[in-house]
Design a protein around this ligand. Structure first.
Ligand code: C2O
Ligand code: CU
Ligand code: CU
Length: 458
């Protein structure tokens, strides 16, 4: 079995380079996927995966409209491929094995080069051996800055995720059959930037842009802030153009795997006071995931000092001329084993899209779920036929929720729609980015057991 035999042949460029002899273009950042060790609790946990031997994957910074060059080298014996979640970039840079590139073997390098069209909070993770590498740490945040300084005094990135460890700090299996068939398998060590309840200093009375990213393989966080005046200024990367109510302990914000929320936080004026990012975990009182600690004399800023962020250049759907496509997410009637080539299989199928379990990272012969015409508007009706929640993610395109059979949804641009139990949501998009775009649940156990496919834009 050769990697090339799996290739769909569409746009998949031969972007994997051997190690030798290739010079790097100016401004290239080198990312080396490698084993790591880190004290997630009291003891050091070995067998982690990161981009350096003893630290979490770094925040990658880019600027809206400016080219980024990321040279990714795989030093693991397992295959991999890197995906840039939420970035509407060229298909051949999207990092989906077999669909847009070949999996990268040991010591292979892939030069990713793209220009983010949108500012905001995004993230990166592997899309091959996804379960293993993400569960062991390989999830990082990407910040794409606005061309104009939005006027904060400081910024704080929080990468929320769990790890599944035993009492000695060693990894437990990342997934279970029971979990994969239900809500997923949950971690037991809850971290922010790989730390438990870290505290970060920020100027008293200052305005902090708090970027919260859920990079967990499973958990849907229920979040709220305590101790500060705040406002939600962006959701899944895109500036809030409608008011999103600030969550509270009673009505926390649901942030599914893959989703992001940006808060503008007015730090307390008193030195030593703290703001807490709180999460409600099942069966426990809300706990602080991270804290912001006010330092120094107050700089006395006010949330009203902030201008709204400029909208990203996402095309507005032309609903009058939209075509409807339906997608049903549910159990699979077929069972069987997904075919993931070199990219890892959990060994069973539980889930389906339109009643067919999709073969993981698009193997040969698996067609698109839908083919959309470049430039046209589409309404996608997403039906959750299961009692479990599914954060449904579409690569390469942004979309806007139109309506739900259960709740009022703000018409807020996104790349990931959290479907509640038995919920039916209609979303709209303009198919303005050509290519084969992965479309899947971001609970990785669901993604890897049938709930994944792709949408073709031509
Ligand atoms: Cu966050 Cu298909 O990815
Ligand atoms: Cu993505
Ligand atoms: Cu799911």
């Amino acid at each position: 079995m050769k990697r090339r035999e799996f290739l769909l042949g569409s746009g998949a460029a031969a972007g994997v380079l051997g190690l030798s002899g290739f010079g790097l273009a100016a401004g290239t950042q080198e990312l080396v996927i490698q084993p790591a060790s880190f004290a997630l609790r009291d003891q050091v946990t070995d067998g982690m995966v990161s981009l350096s031997p003893g630290a979490p994957p770094p925040v990658l910074y880019g600027r809206q409209g400016e080219v980024m060059r990321l040279s990714v080298r795989n030093t693991l014996t397992d295959y991999t491929a890197m995906h840039w979640h939420g970035l509407r970039i060229a298909n051949e840079m999207d990092g989906v094995p077999y669909l847009t590139q070949m999996p990268m073997g040991q010591n292979e390098v892939f030069q990713y080069e793209f220009t983010p069209p949108d500012a905001g909070t995004y993230w990166y993770h592997p899309h091959c051996m996804t379960m293993e590498q993400m569960a062991h740490g390989l999830t990082g945040v990407m910040v794409i800055a606005e061309p104009e300084d939005p006027g904060f005094d400081s910024e704080q990135v929080i990468n929320l995720r769990d790890f599944r460890l035993d009492d000695d700090g060693a990894f437990l299996p990342a997934y279970t059959q029971r979990g994969a068939a239900r809500a997923g398998t949950f971690g037991n060590v809850h971290t922010a930037n790989w730390l438990q309840q870290p505290v970060y200093d920020h100027a008293a009375g200052g305005l902090v842009r708090l970027r919260v990213v859920n990079t967990d393989t499973t958990r849907i966080y229920k979040l709220h802030l305590e101790g500060a005046e705040a406002r939600i200024i962006a959701w899944d990367g895109h500036p809030a153009d409608v008011e999103i109510p600030l969550p509270s302990a009673d009505t926390p914000l649901l942030v599914g795997s893959g989703q992001r929320v940006d808060f503008a936080v007015a730090m307390p004026e008193g030195e030593g006071q703290t703001v807490a990012l709180m999460a409600k975990l099942p069966g426990q009182p809300p706990r602080a995931m991270a804290r912001l600690h006010a330092v120094g004399a107050t700089v006395a800023r006010n949330l009203r000092d902030l201008k709204p962020l400029a909208a990203n250049p996402v095309a507005k759907p032309d609903l009058a001329n939209a075509e409807l496509h339906e997608f049903v997410f549910g159990w699979t009637p077929e069972g069987g084993v997904p075919n993931n080539g070199f990219c890892g299989s959990l060994g069973y199928n539980f889930w389906s899209i339109n009643r067919k379990p999709w073969p993981g990272d698009a193997a040969q012969g698996a067609g698109p779920l839908a083919t959309l015409e470049l430039g046209k508007t589409y309404v996608l009706r997403l039906r959750n036929e299961s009692p479990n929640l599914h954060p449904i993610h579409l690569h390469g395109l942004a979309f806007v929720p139109l309506k739900s059979n259960q709740r009022q949804l703000p018409p807020q641009m996104t790349d990931t729609m959290l479907l509640l139990k038995d919920e039916v949501v209609e979303i709209a998009l303009v198919a303005d980015n050509p290519g084969d775009w992965a479309f899947h649940c971001h609970v990785i156990e669901h993604q890897k057991t049938g709930l994944t496919g792709f949408i073709r834009v031509v």
